[in-house]
Design a protein around this ligand. Structure first.
Ligand SMILES: C[S@@+](CC[C@H](N)C(=O)[O-])C[C@H]1O[C@@H](n2cnc3c(N)ncnc32)[C@H](O)[C@@H]1O
Length: 411
C-alpha cells in the first residue's frame, strides 16, 4: 500500500502504479493470457510492464506465472510431486507471452532465485527449458552487441589516429575491455569486476591446495584435480604427442599431461608469481617442457607464425571474459591444432548457478559450432564442496555435475 504523501496528485499516481503492478502479477499467476496480454501491451501505463516487481517477494510476472505451477504437497505420484498438466500448459503459454513482451530471464526475487531457478526447484522442467532458451537468446545477442561496440570503438580510434599529428608516437588501438562487461568468465568467476590485467598485477597467495588472488578470490583449487585428470586423459590418450597448455595455475593438469610423456609440452603462463613458483618446482627442466611467460594473446600469434602445431590444447585461464575465450577458439585454435587434434577448456562458465551453467553451455556450443568445432560433453559428478570455501571470497562452483568438453574440427 502506498504511503500517504502531502501531494494528493503523487498519492493518486502511486496508488495507480501499485494497483497496476498487482493486477499484472495476479493475471500472470492466474495464467490469464488475454488479460495479461492486454495489460502488458496496452492498458497499463507502466513503462516496463513485463518486468514489474512485487515489493514483498521480489516476484516478477515470470516468477508469478511459474510459482503458480507448484504442485500441492499432497499431490504425489510415486513420492514426488508433479506439476498438473493443465496448469503446466497454461503456464507455458503465459511464460512464452511474457518472454515475447521482454520479460528478463534472470531477474532475481527476494529469495535470490531467477524464474528458471524457481521452475527447476518445483520440477517444472518444460518451463525451465523455456527460460534457458530465452537466456541463450539474450546472451548471444549481448555478446554480438559487445562485438559491434568493439568494432565501432576501433573504427573511431582509427579515425582519431589518422587525425593525430606526426610527432605523436603510434600506440596500439585499445579495444573496449570486455572483461568488465561480460557475465560469464570461463574460470572461477571471482567477481565480474576482476579484470585480467588487474589480476595479473596483483600479488597471489600460493598454498599447497589453492591459489588465491589479493582479494581472496579462488584462482585454482585442489578439488578440481579429478577434472584435470580426466581432461588430460582425454586430450593425450597416447605418449609421444605435442601438447599446449594455457594457464599453469597449480600445475595439476600439466602434471597429468607430463605423465603421458608428450614429445613436446608447451605451457603459457602470464602471472609472474606463478611463473616463479613453476620454476622453483623445476618445471623448466622437465622433459619436453617449453615455458612461455606472458599472456596467450601475446604469445600465440608468434607460435602460429613459427608454424608450431599441437595434437592437443588445453585452455584454463583466470579473470578472462567469455569474449576473450571466444577470441581464443575462433581466432587462434585454427592455426595451432593439428587436423586430427583435440582441444578442451575448463568449463566453469556460470557455474555459480545451474541455470547460468546451462545457458552458457548452449551459448558456447553455438559459438563453437560457428567457429567450426564439434564438442562432446561428459558429465562428471562434483563432490559436495561446503568445507572448501573457507577463506575464499565466494563459492565459484555450486552445480552438481561438471560438463567436460572435448572439441575437434568438424568433419
Ligand atoms: C585456473 S588457473 C589454471 C589451473 C591449471 N589448469 C591447473 O591444473 O592447475 C589459471 C591460470 O591462468 C593464468 N592466466 C590468467 N590469464 C592468463 C592469460 N591471459 N594468459 C596466460 N595465462 C593466464 C593464471 O595466472 C593462472 O595461473
Amino acid at each position: 500500500m502506498a504511503e500517504p504523501t502531502e501531494d494528493p496528485q503523487i498519492t493518486f499516481t502511486q496508488i495507480d502504479v501499485d494497483l497496476d503492478v498487482q493486477e499484472i502479477l495476479l493475471a500472470a499467476s492466474q495464467h490469464d493470457f488475454a488479460k495479461l496480454r492486454q495489460l502488458v501491451r496496452t492498458q497499463s501505463q507502466l513503462p516496463d510492464a513485463a518486468n514489474v516487481k512485487d515489493p514483498e517477494t521480489g516476484y516478477s510476472p515470470l516468477h508469478s506465472a511459474i510459482a503458480a505451477c507448484e504442485p500441492e504437497t499432497d499431490d504425489k505420484t510415486n513420492g514426488a510431486a508433479t506439476v498438473d498438466p493443465d496448469v503446466l500448459k497454461s503456464g507455458i503459454a503465459t511464460v512464452k507471452l511474457l518472454l515475447q513482451e521482454g520479460a528478463i530471464w534472470n531477474d532475481l526475487d527476494n529469495n535470490d532465485e531467477t524464474p528458471g531457478c524457481l521452475a527447476r526447484r518445483i520440477g517444472a522442467l518444460e518451463l525451465y527449458e523455456l527460460i534457458v532458451d530465452a537466456g541463450v537468446r539474450a546472451e548471444m545477442l549481448m555478446n554480438r552487441l559487445d562485438g559491434y561496440e568493439e568494432l565501432s570503438e576501433d573504427e573511431n580510434e582509427d579515425e582519431e589516429q589518422e587525425a593525430k599529428t606526426e610527432e605523436e608516437p603510434e600506440t596500439a588501438p585499445e579495444l573496449v575491455d570486455a572483461s568488465e562487461q561480460e557475465t560469464a568468465p570461463t574460470d572461477a568467476p571471482a567477481n565480474p569486476q576482476v579484470s585480467n590485467r588487474g589480476y595479473l598485477d596483483s600479488n597471489l597467495t600460493i598454498e599447497q591446495d589453492r591459489i588465491l588472488d589479493s582479494d581472496q578470490n579462488g584462482v585454482m583449487m585442489e578439488w578440481e584435480r579429478e577434472i584435470m585428470r580426466k581432461s588430460a586423459a582425454k586430450l593425450l590418450p597416447t605418449p609421444g604427442l605435442k601438447v599446449l597448455n594455457i594457464g599453469h595455475g597449480m600445475g595439476i593438469v600439466d602434471g597429468f599431461l607430463q605423465e603421458k610423456a608428450p614429445a613436446s609440452h608447451h605451457i603459457i603462463e602470464a602471472h609472474a608469481d606463478v611463473v616463479a613458483e613453476m620454476k622453483k618446482r623445476g618445471w623448466d627442466s622437465k622433459p619436453g617442457v617449453v615455458i612461455h611467460e606472458g599472456r596467450w594473446q601475446d604469445i600465440l600469434p608468434a607460435l602460429v607464425e613459427n608454424g608450431e602445431t599441437f595434437d592437443a590444447i588445453y585452455y584454463d585461464t583466470f579473470a578472462e571474459s567469455y569474449a576473450d575465450f571466444r577470441d581464443f577458439f575462433s581466432e587462434q585454435v585454427i592455426g595451432l591444432l593439428e587436423q586430427e587434434g583435440k582441444w578442451g577448456f575448463f568449463n566453469g562458465m556460470g557455474a555459480d548457478r545451474q541455470i547460468s551453467y546451462d545457458v552458457y553451455q548452449k551459448v558456447a556450443e553455438m559459438d563453437l559450432f560457428e567457429a567450426g568445432f564439434d564438442v562432446e560433453w561428459e558429465d562428471i559428478p562434483v563432490p559436495k564442496l561446503e568445507g572448501e570455501w573457507e577463506g575464499v571470497r565466494r563459492a565459484y562452483w555450486v552445480v552438481d555435475n561438471y560438463r567436460l568438453p572435448l572439441c575437434r574440427f568438424m568433419d
